[in-house]
Design a protein around this ligand. Structure first.
Ligand code: SAM
Length: 347
């Protein structure tokens, strides 16, 4: 198998698979509650790839294109019934050596063990605050509801650890004026454990979150804040294309990460494709559209034809939205245009 490169010389290594566009949270930065009140926004079931279709495409990505890492995401992936069955199929694909899941953690306590038993190796839990008031604001819940939700997410984290996921990643999107307290609180909570909190700069994905440059707390500011309390040292990436910059506590208290997608874009190293819940291959988080693999698949294409379609799309790829945004130094590179939302693209 020959490694495919895009027009900027980047290989394809990782596939993020959105298994559903639905979510049980209404985070303002992704699926704001004022705009997502009913079911009309979401895909009808028949449009969503079946587990068989996801597995077949994953085989093709692994065998024909050399993808070795899969991550299941959404929407909220644990809303998809019988997810462990899919995990079992994907874990058995030759060439896949890393199978991960990103979840908001709400349903994790129920599923952690069966996911582990099915072959899932790594879990990232999104956790934007430990404080109910901030958590409510970030996740689009009422305050009493937020306290119960937060407890469930924390219970999900404990259950995942008990099920054998010994090093979790915790993702926290930091938004100025919304969850400022979360930075030190989360760092403190997970200091001294093997778990890694990763602070993410708020990104202008989609158009429904009304992103403004002023809402972004930069990775540099986050590192400064933490280092002022617990000195930090930068450490090398685990591998080429790793999105988080890594830091360790100078006193040996473990590790944190920051994802500087806005202030220091890393498009040059992006080796990731995304498969939307309705089977579109997307070559950038900021894509407006993608290659319809579901139509190819349902039209009866052979594995070789599917592989050729993906190879073609990757070879055409020249996306580097975040770098262009940074170059233009404006809040948006052009007048707002239609872009896919994070829950559609698969975060
Ligand atoms: N529902 C799952 C979850 O909450 O982890 C998976 C999907 S979610 C879209 C994946 C990740 O994208 C989450 O960690 C979320 O915080 C992040 N995310 C969504 N919108 C974002 C934005 N505008 N900027 C930065 N990160 C964002």
């Amino acid at each position: 198998m020959e490694t495919v490169h895009d027009r900027l010389g980047r290989p394809l290594r990782e596939l993020r698979i959105s298994v559903t566009d639905r979510c049980n949270f209404r985070c303002g930065y992704c699926m704001p509650s004022d705009q997502f009140r009913d079911e009309t926004h979401f895909l009808p079931h028949a449009e969503i790839l079946s587990f068989e279709e996801i597995a077949r495409l994953s085989h093709t990505f692994a065998r024909e294109l050399g993808v070795s890492k899969l991550r299941l995401t959404g929407g909220e992936p644990l809303l998809r019934r019988q997810l462990p069955k899919l995990v079992g199929w994907l874990a058995a694909i030759p060439g896949i050596d890393d199978l991960a899941l990103t979840t908001n953690g709400f349903l994790l306590a129920e599923h952690a063990k069966s996911l582990r038993d099915a072959g899932l190796r790594r879990i990232t839990v999104s956790l934007d605050s430990l404080e109910p008031h901030e958590f409510a604001r970030m996740s689009g819940s009422s305050e009493p509801q937020a306290a119960a939700r937060l407890d469930r997410v924390l219970g999900g984290i404990d259950a995942a650890i008990a099920a054998g996921f010994l090093q979790l990643k915790l993702n926290c999107v930091v938004i100025a004026g919304q969850n400022d307290g979360a930075v030190l609180a989360l760092a403190e909570r997970f200091r001294g454990t093997p778990h890694i909190v990763r602070f993410i700069e708020y990104m202008d994905v989609g158009t429904q979150n009304h992103w403004r440059a002023g809402d972004v707390v930069t990775a540099g500011q986050i590192v400064q804040r933490i280092a002022a309390r617990w000195p930090l040292e930068a450490i090398d990436p685990n591998h080429r294309g790793e999105v988080a910059q890594r830091f360790r506590y100078a006193d040996g208290g473990g590790e944190i990460g920051v994802i500087a997608s806005v202030s220091q874009p890393f498009c040059g190293d992006c080796r990731r494709a995304r498969l939307s819940a309705d089977g579109k291959l997307l070559t950038c988080l900021f894509a407006q559209t993608g290659t319809d693999l579901k139509a190819t698949l349902r039209g009866g294409a052979s594995d070789a034809e599917l592989g050729a379609r993906v190879r073609d799309a990757w070879q055409q790829r020249q996306d580097r939205y975040s770098e262009l945004r940074a170059k233009l130094r404006s809040s948006r590179p052009a007048a707002p245009r239609r872009r896919l939302e994070m829950y559609q693209v698969g975060g």
